[in-house]
Design a protein around this ligand. Structure first.
Ligand SMILES: Cc1cc2nc3c(=O)[nH]c(=O)nc-3n(C[C@H](O)[C@H](O)[C@H](O)COP(=O)(O)OP(=O)(O)OC[C@H]3O[C@@H](n4cnc5c(N)ncnc54)[C@H](O)[C@@H]3O)c2cc1C
Length: 337
């Protein structure tokens, strides 16, 4: 493997932040990763894996080795009368995997169309959109234990998926490099069209429901709502939607009758973080080269020359303001380096 020095990451993160990696390597095969482990290189350096850089905010240069994951390939592993097991390598674009499913008329991930980033990062935060999460079709993944060099298999349960969460963000953070994932997709899918915007869009539709139709509609909605990182730097939702107890919700409702919420299966409530940001007067507000997006308060943007620290300062201002007004602690969805 070729290790480069002082490598610019600006084109490798969707915020478009100017940051440098002290060391940088692109891995094209599992053997490349094993070489980094057996040579002792990983043990002796601070390191991180980078996929599409669409969920990362660099607030400083990375004083170690950035491993750019370029393991490619998508294949059908197994098939029975109702389902197909599809395996994709971690460096593939997530949306290429969605396109593969749609081309083969397989259901389960059509609602996750157009989410940026790589396949390998999808289980790290259990990506989700329009009422569907990765965990709904996830069968297993293979990851290299960087301490032993062994390839280990993680089942759905072993990944401990939660809302934008998994074991790889917690107990096993920084220990494993995910090399592939396997999803069980449906030949005769039951479509999930309950999400409000999708339901609305399907109202006047006369065409029969299909994975490709849903993918097309989800893509249309996303393009109309979310700023394109190629035009204006961003990493999608900066914060998770906070979950609060019914008791706390009832108290807030008495003071803020317009408060929005979604019911959770355990009786708790999920509050749209975008609404909270709007209520503290920060929606669409620009601060120098950064700001909250005018249509999507939850999306923090780089107007061109923002530094990571400026975006982080805005994120902290939002957190402080929401905590003061609502006594709710916003948690980041984006990983800050
Ligand atoms: C416009 C926009 C819209 C978005 N919409 C959504 C959405 O609807 N739903 C949603 O869930 N997310 C959304 N996101 C966030 C983002 O697309 C996802 O989090 C995506 O999974 C990140 O993939 P990535 O390859 O870019 O990860 P990166 O940003 O490169 O990495 C994210 C984290 O995963 C780790 N990681 C990456 N690859 C590996 C690997 N192979 N092994 C171990 N760890 C790894 C990294 O070290 C890092 O900690 C959006 C982002 C943008 C910019």
């Amino acid at each position: 493997v070729e290790i480069k020095e002082n490598y610019s990451l600006q084109h490798l993160n969707t915020f478009g932040i100017k940051a440098y990696a002290k060391l940088f390597v692109e891995v094209n095969a599992i053997s490349d990763i094993l070489e980094l482990i057996t040579s002792g290189f990983l043990k002796n350096h601070l390191w991180m894996v980078l996929g599409g850089g669409s969920n990362i905010l660099f607030t400083k240069d990375f004083d170690g080795l950035v491993i750019k994951n370029s393991l490619f390939g998508i294949e059908i592993e197994q098939e029975d009368s109702n389902t197909v097991l599809v395996r994709a390598m971690a460096g593939e674009l997530w949306d290429n995997l969605v396109s593969f499913a749609i081309k083969h008329n397989l259901g389960g991930i059509e609602n996750l169309s157009l989410i940026p980033g790589s396949v390998g990062a999808a289980p790290v935060q259990n990506i989700g959109a329009y009422g569907v999460e990765l965990k709904d079709t996830f069968e297993s993944l293979e990851a290299i234990n960087t301490k032993t060099g062994e390839i280990e298999v993680f089942s759905n349960d072993a990944c401990k998926f939660g809302y934008r969460d998994s074991i790889f963000k917690n107990e096993l953070k920084g220990l494993y490099i995910i090399v592939s994932i396997s999803l069980r997709l449906q030949k005769n899918p039951i479509y999930n069209v309950e999400y409000f915007a999708l339901k609305e869009k399907l109202k006047d539709n006369s065409k029969p429901l299909s994975v490709s139709l849903i993918s097309e509609y989800v893509s249309d909605i996303r393009r109309s709502k979310l700023p394109d990182p190629k035009v204006i730097g961003n990493a999608g939702s900066f914060f998770k939607n906070p979950e609060i107890t019914l008791e706390k919700f009832t108290d807030l409702k008495s003071r803020f009758p317009d408060i929005q919420s979604f019911d959770l299966p355990n009786g708790d409530k999920k509050i749209p973080a975008g609404w909270l940001i709007e209520q503290v007067g920060l929606k669409g507000k620009q601060f120098g080269q950064t700001g909250s997006h005018k249509n999507q308060a939850l999306v923090l943007v780089n107007y061109g020359e923002a530094k990571g620290e400026e975006i982080l300062a805005l994120a902290n201002l939002i957190k402080k303001s929401v905590l003061e007004k609502f006594d709710i602690e916003l948690k980041e969805e984006v990983t800050t380096i």
